[in-house]
Design a protein around this ligand. Sequence first.
Ligand code: ACM
Ligand code: ZN
Length: 542
Amino acid sequence: MNKLLIAVTLLGTLVYEAHAQNTYDIVPKPVQLKARQGKFVFGKDTRILLPNDDPDMLHAAYALQERFLLTNAWYLKAEKPNENVIPGNDVIFILNSGIQNREAYRLHIQKNRIEVEAASAAGFFYAMQTIRQLLPPEIERNRAPNRELSVPCAEIEDAPRYPYRGFLLDVCRHFFAVKEIKRYIDLLAFHKINTFHWHLTDDQGWRIEIKKYPNLTGTGAWRERTLIGHLSAADHKYNQTHYGGYYTQEEIKSVVAYAKTKFVTVIPEIEMPGHAVAALAAYPELSCSGGPFEVAGHWGIFNDVYCTGENTFRFLEDVLAEVIDLFPGKYVHIGGDECPKVRWKRCHQCQTNIRELKLKDEHELQSYFIARIEKFVNAKGRTVIGWDEILEGGLAANATVMSWRNMENGAVAAKQGHDVIMTPTAFCYFDYYQSKDKNGEPLAIGGYLPLEKVYDFDPVPAGLTVSETQHILGGQANLWTEYIATPSGVEYMLLPRLAALSEAVWSPKEGKNYVEFKQRLKNGPVKHYDALDLTYSTVDLN
Ligand code: ACM
Ligand code: ZN
């Protein structure tokens, strides 16, 4: 080969590779992607042809329709084709019950049509998220009236590694309005995260309307002061601002319904027996001492917790009955973490319970507490999730464990035959700093969790057999909001780490490569973040 020909061939390869690299920037990375020549160009008349018009199917189609409505006010028809339909430049949904995973999809992007195969609406929905990421970032907002809206041809096969892909938001330490919650749910969907864990009650605020106990929100949703600066500061200063808020049951229903259209399940968390000061401020008779209490204005672990008397169980069962009516999902999270036992040790009622129930100590009293609540929740057809402290003193029969302090507690639960969700601080706590020196970063709780560490998260703990591994349902990022008071503050802590988390719980472990991920993230999702005017950390993007 002469030199010129070699140069031309090399140049061709480089141009092709640059094109390929810049065109398929999808996060989380699909299981298999084969680049093809050419592109599919969307037009005003492009239709989405559906196998049926079930509401879920329409929601999956709307994920794509919504983008074009926002961008250039095109209304792509989504319809069940009749006999006379003339094939056009369409997106065609094809139900394929041979696909095992209900969230999986196959995408055949050709020049004249896009075929999507999936076994359920969820699969079609995720295929639409992939198309969204393949479209130019202008698809995110009204900026592209004259832009060609095309996606490169490809053959994609994709399925999640885990069925549980979660994100927790604490709305107690700081409150976030329904409008923001819905925006965060949109962000979860963009990253193919399917569970929103809504931390609704804590010492600093009770955030869900319970009809039977109006003081929970009348009193428990409001605090009169909030710590300024970090809890570890030598002297504590407070602002004296009346602060709080709560979601009415109608608002909760609207969030749950909205999330469903984005294939996100909402899990409510009602904390017990600890992290209960806001509830005790509203109903002090549920404590060991009788109070009075104030809704907490600073952070930490508080000694006043629910007493284990009958009043408490009556109260919590009433609360859970209303909660269960509002949230149709399988799981109810009942907390169980960080419950000091000092009040129980000195409480006549709690000590009588230990004696009469023949319990060894206060840890077994906590197990009794959780097991009793679990029976109630199970009788209503639901499953409880608890933080890994519920292992102490014996695990409730059917509980799913959320392992946050480490991976080992999750391994212990899996060995006992319990389902486990992994959310270890070391990989999943998004309230930690994103830079080592904290320079220029907003005040945070502490810690250091860079993008690469999140990317390296593997939900499988060491030392499990194959069948024990089946109990690992997936992973979750947690965002506690002691030091996050604004919606853009939430975005900053969430992005881009959520992208790394999504890949850890969706994409196959084999073939992971941080350098390649980071490039793909910058070329793809980050441009969509920009188009959406989102706040995100650039610490690890340079
Ligand atoms: C937790 O971070 N206390 C679950
Ligand atoms: Zn007590």
